[in-house]
Design a protein around this ligand. Structure first.
Ligand SMILES: Cc1cc2nc3c(=O)[nH]c(=O)nc-3n(C[C@H](O)[C@H](O)[C@H](O)COP(=O)(O)OP(=O)(O)OC[C@H]3O[C@@H](n4cnc5c(N)ncnc54)[C@H](O)[C@@H]3O)c2cc1C
Length: 437
């Protein structure tokens, strides 16, 4: 069958295997075809080619809750469960996952394998900070446990390791206590890039923060944006609401996503925010996962798909590098409906985790031939600024850029040689980047 990541670029013809339990997964690994690569796939929400290989191990049937200590807020569950399924259980009981990416439709295994970050990274770090331990099935079919104290190198390689150390079977997660399912949100406007950086610094103690930029603004308006900050509310109670999602049309001509439509959207969006209330209360799903209400919004970019380009640059170079990148993008009139800027906190000890202290910018670009030279120029800006690209979004980074920007690579490879000596696990991405043979 044909399979894609969320950006629908690239695709692969794959054999999908969906084991229903651990013994059948172990049997599959032991009877593997040595000529093809195999990779785990959770909910397929990584944008590029990190979960694409000739053989795909789908984890959606690994979906059991193993234990939930409602006093201590500790959950042990299978890795194929989605964050939505976890939240449906834990939020009404007064426990929130402490790190939430921009969609709830990712699996626990995918959140660990990409070591995802959320709107509170500057204070709370990555998803792995709250993983107490996990069980992993290695290429040999053997199941091992790892944590910061038990097999620590394997733990550091697996968190952020893009599925290349084995199949994450289950994880024990420490949750955060909440008394309400709501977030107190504050909205601030920035006329340009200097203002938005000043606002981020001013609000650096806010629990959550994220800015949406108008990526087509130019000149004195470059970096025009709106900053959303927030903290957990004490009002509203622990309700569990669900609302109908609207659907994107199944086939959408990609040309609808152009300079005019994006410019209009960005202007209307900023105007709507400006005329709204500066402080309000939002249901946590609306606050954390605004795009989840549109089913299959990834189809809006048309048949060739799109690339999400996300990079992080250190504090010292962030203002200049992001300014130069935005100028390049706005001059060509490319760019996205949503351009997201976020302050990040310190990097962690995992070998391939993406974040570093600084700022991260994420943009969606419709695929067209003229896009790739622009992305090459953005790569050079990121490299010169001492930054790196996010593997969970990547579909085209060069091996050279990857090797020069991920200093934990040698340590990662050392672990991989021990746990997967025959190179069973591999994706299109890992081969492109030299992470697997
Ligand atoms: C709308 C949207 C918003 C997003 N916002 C954010 C954000 O704010 N912050 C952020 O950090 N990311 C964000 N992401 C990216 C997303 O969180 C990651 O790509 C995540 O890894 C997706 O999880 P998944 O279950 O869909 O994994 P998949 O896409 O299926 O796989 C991703 C990687 O995880 C590996 N993997 C999956 N399951 C397992 C397993 N059981 N064992 C071993 N390896 C496994 C795969 O091999 C692959 O390398 C966003 C994505 C979307 C679509």
């Amino acid at each position: 069958m044909e399979m894609y990541g969320w950006g629908r670029f690239p695709g692969i013809d794959t054999t999908l295997i969906e084991p229903v339990d651990r013994p059948s997964l172990a049997t599959k690994l032991r009877s593997r075809d040595r000529n093809t690569h195999l990779i785990a796939r959770g909910a397929g929400r990584s944008y590029g080619d990190s979960s694409l290989a000739e053989t795909t191990i789908g984890t959606r049937f690994l979906d059991n809750f193993i234990s939930f200590d409602r006093q201590a807020g500790v959950l042990c569950c299978d890795a194929g469960l989605t964050l939505e399924q976890v939240l449906d259980l834990t939020v009404p009981a007064g426990w929130l996952l402490p790190v939430l990416p921009g969609t709830r439709f990712v699996s626990v295994g995918g959140a660990i394998a990409s070591d995802v970050h959320g709107k509170n990274h500057h204070l709370d770090g990555c998803f792995s900070n709250f993983v107490q331990s996990m069980s992993l099935m290695l290429a040999s079919g053997e199941t091992v446990q790892c944590s910061r104290d038990n097999n620590p190198e394997l733990f550091r390689a697996t968190c952020g390791g893009m599925g290349l150390t084995g199949i994450i079977l289950a994880a024990t997660l420490k949750l955060e206590p909440v008394v309400s399912a709501f977030i107190e949100q504050r909205t601030d406007f920035a006329a340009n890039l200097d203002e938005i950086f000043a606002l981020f610094e001013e609000h650096q103690l806010s629990k959550y923060s994220v800015a949406w930029l108008d990526c087509l603004a130019r000149g004195a308006k470059l970096g025009r944006s709106v900053l959303f900050t927030g903290h957990n509310s004490t009002r509203g109670g622990l309700v569990n609401w669900s609302r109908r999602r609207i659907s994107a049309p199944p086939r959408s001509p990609g040309f609808l996503v152009n300079r005019v439509s994006m410019g209009l959207f960005n202007r209307l969006y900023l105007a709507a925010q400006k005329s709204g209330r500066r402080e309000n209360i939002q249901y946590y799903r609306d606050y954390f996962f605004p795009l989840d209400w549109i089913h299959n919004w990834n189809r809006l970019y048309g048949g060739r798909g799109f690339i999400q380009y996300q990079f992080v640059v250190p504090d010292t170079t962030a203002r200049d590098a992001i300014g130069v990148a935005l100028k390049e993008i706005s001059a060509l009139g490319k760019g996205s409906f949503l351009t997201v800027l976020k302050k990040m906190g310190a990097e962690n000890a995992n070998f391939l985790s993406f974040p570093m202290a600084g700022y991260t910018l994420a943009l969606d670009f419709r695929i067209e031939d003229s896009l790739f030279p622009l992305l090459d120029r953005l790569d050079r800006i990121v490299l010169e600024a001492g930054g790196r690209l996010y593997l969970a979004k990547d579909a085209r980074m060069s091996r050279d850029l990857f090797t020069r920007t991920y200093p934990g690579l040698a340590d990662f490879q050392q672990v991989r040689r021990e746990v997967d000596p025959d190179n069973l696990f591999g994706s299109l991405q890992s081969r492109r980047l030299g992470l697997s043979e």
